[in-house]
Write a protein that binds this ligand. Structure first.
Ligand SMILES: [Ca+2]
Ligand SMILES: [Ca+2]
Length: 198
């Protein structure tokens, strides 16, 4: 589309810019409008090619994928060093249950507060194990929203792994665009006896 528009512009531009003045019979307003229209098409083509919204969303997604993978590593390492399950560290069996609403998680104060509490408890455990003095890098994902943790290991005696996720571009829990550490919903490893390796 842009290539054809450029060809047209190159073919007819000389007639428009050949020194003929407005008002002369050989130079018409239609020609001028045609050129302006083509320039507008070219400009819109450039905008569509660059697509700043898509570029921004891609950057946010990449930042989130990186951050949540790093967060998954941090939580797994703290669990591994302490030998405690996430439930034992946070005192909750489902930190992100409060986030499972139709409200975007970043706009849900209870959800934001819950993740900060979850993170601070992991941070305290990390400090006790002399690793990860701060987990501040993981307060928000690339979209400015909290990460979401469902502690499962040891819940009701089961070995189900914890699930750490980002609500993704739509900001909603449990939709198709949710993101996980390294793309794995079961990335957080189990530590309790009999549950390792699952
Ligand atoms: Ca749970
Ligand atoms: Ca989502």
């Amino acid at each position: 589309m842009m290539y054809r528009a450029l060809q047209f512009l190159l073919r007819y531009a000389p007639f428009v810019w050949s020194g003929r003045r407005f008002g002369q019979a050989s130079f018409t307003l239609v020609e001028l409008l045609l050129v302006l229209g083509i320039l507008a098409l070219l400009a819109s083509g450039v905008v569509m090619t660059l697509n700043p919204v898509r570029i921004l969303n891609d950057a946010r997604t990449k930042a989130t994928q990186y951050k949540i993978s790093e967060a998954g590593d941090a939580l797994s390492r703290i669990k591994g060093l302490s030998g405690k399950t996430s439930i034992q560290i946070t005192g909750s069996g489902c930190s992100d249950c409060v986030c499972r609403t139709s409200t975007p998680v970043a706009q849900n104060p209870d959800c934001v507060a819950q993740w900060r509490t979850t993170l601070s408890r992991f941070e305290a455990e990390g400090a006790a194990q002399s690793v990860y003095g701060s987990l501040n890098d993981f307060v928000v994902d690339g979209y400015g929203a909290p990460f979401l943790l469902d502690e499962n290991e040891g819940e009701s005696g089961a070995c189900s792994p914890d699930t750490l996720r980002s609500a993704g571009a739509d900001g909603l829990y449990g939709t198709a665009d949710d993101l996980f550490p390294y793309g794995d919903p079961n990335y957080i490893r189990n530590v309790s006896a009999g549950c390792q390796g699952t």
